[in-house]
Design a protein around this ligand. Structure first.
Ligand SMILES: C[S@@+](CC[C@H](N)C(=O)[O-])C[C@H]1O[C@@H](n2cnc3c(N)ncnc32)[C@H](O)[C@@H]1O
Length: 362
């Protein structure tokens, strides 16, 4: 990684996560119900519950930053310019809102938890592909004695951040210039659509981590699933994700690489690996209030982001025209808003530890 000073957007302040240090008994009970349903079966609401079938929420508007410095523009959307073309999705205000919404979705699903690795007073943390920096900022708040560094190709992080949080423009897939044994926690979330060479990246992380340090990978497994046969074979959202996967493959990115994350960590030398899989409902079909909110966030992040999600993979990768994309998206929008389909997308959390002692050589 080669560091460059960040040029943060001065106008944004991040959406904070909904966690609070002192949860009421009711909030704790809600969190337990959500955690249980996320790992087992999500209970669907009925029309009697709240008439979800008529819901028509989630229409975001697109606003594009007027800044023309340090960015590339294509089809009216703004992209990163440092190592241009490496990441296929925009970095403008609309996309940042979407990323913050995904953060809220995950912390709601995880009962406010930012990580599952059993950290004990971490001191030196790294967030790979930090995006808007919202997770790094929350981690800095949670561990005031830790230094948190967030790196990203885009200088889109806010400048008003806790004093223990820093951001840097950097390419995580370049050799890391940090000294060995630097980090005691490395975190990487929603990066399956970005990283081309996971073994190389995890090898760099291993070298630069302290013995006993933890690494955690959190990824959506981008294939829609369903437990009650309400998802038809023609479900357009499934086709959307499949085309995104195909389009990213043109750039050497495997969108479903995260299925191998536990093995990838093992291969890199990490031990004590644990994996947790949660169900993220797509839409407002769940009965539970928090699950419904999580589902609304996921649906909104896809619905409002359809242009952002498709432009790069479909036009650059699959060579579709804008008209072809728009026609295809008619079915996707319709199916996204259909709450009689009880679909969900799995969310995988995998963490592992760098051994205290180097492995014995034969
Ligand atoms: C989907 S966003 C995830 C943001 C953040 N991790 C989160 O969960 O909120 C992916 C981010 O990774 C960044 N990115 C992609 N490839 C990268 C690379 N090779 N090095 C550093 N950042 C990268 C993008 O610029 C983008 O901000």
């Amino acid at each position: 990684m080669t560091g460059e000073p960040p040029k943060a957007s001065p106008t944004r302040s991040p959406t904070r996560s909904p966690k609070s240090p002192e949860q009421t008994a009711e909030q704790q009970e809600q969190a337990q119900i959500v955690a249980h349903q996320a790992e087992t079966t999500i209970e669907a609401a009925s029309f009697e519950d709240d008439g979800y079938g008529t819901d028509n929420e989630s229409r975001g508007s697109t606003s594009i930053s007027s800044s023309v410095r340090d960015y590339a523009f294509e089809h009216g959307r703004r992209y990163h310019n440092f190592r241009a073309g490496r990441y296929q999705f925009p970095n403008d205000d609309a996309e940042q809102e979407r990323e913050d919404m995904k953060h809220a979705m995950i912390v709601n699903l995880c009962g406010g938890k930012l990580h599952y690795a059993p950290l004990d007073e971490p001191q030196n943390c790294l967030d790979i592909g930090t995006g808007t920096g919202i997770w790094a900022i929350d981690l800095g708040d949670e561990y005031p004695s830790a230094e948190v560094l967030g790196i990203d190709l885009s200088p889109i992080q806010p400048s008003w951040v806790p004093p223990n949080v820093k951001f840097m423009v950097d390419d995580a897939e370049s050799p890391w210039l940090h000294p060995p044994n630097t980090f005691d926690f490395v975190h990487c979330r929603h990066m399956a659509s970005s990283i081309k060479n996971w073994p190389k990246l995890l090898g760099e992380a291993y070298k630069k981590m302290q013995p006993g340090g933890w690494i955690e990978l959190q990824e959506l497994n981008f294939e829609t699933q369903c437990d009650d046969n309400t998802m038809k074979d023609t479900y357009a959202v499934a086709r959307l994700l499949s085309f995104v996967k195909e389009g990213l493959a043109v750039f050497g990115v495997d969108l479903l690489s995260m299925r191998k994350n536990a093995q990838l960590l093992r291969d890199a030398g990490f031990i004590n690996i644990e994996e947790k899989i949660f169900k993220v409902p797509l839409g407002i079909w769940p009965k539970n209030k928090t699950m419904k909110t999580v589902g609304l966030y996921l649906r909104s992040s896809i619905y409002d982001g359809l242009q952002a999600i498709t432009l790069g993979p479909f036009t650059r990768g699959l060579k579709w025209t804008l008209e072809e994309i728009e026609i295809f998206l008619i079915d996707v929008r319709r199916d996204l808003m259909d709450s009689s389909t009880h679909s969900y997308i799995p969310f995988h959390v995998v963490y592992g530890q760098k051994p205290q002692e180097p492995p014995a050589t034969a």
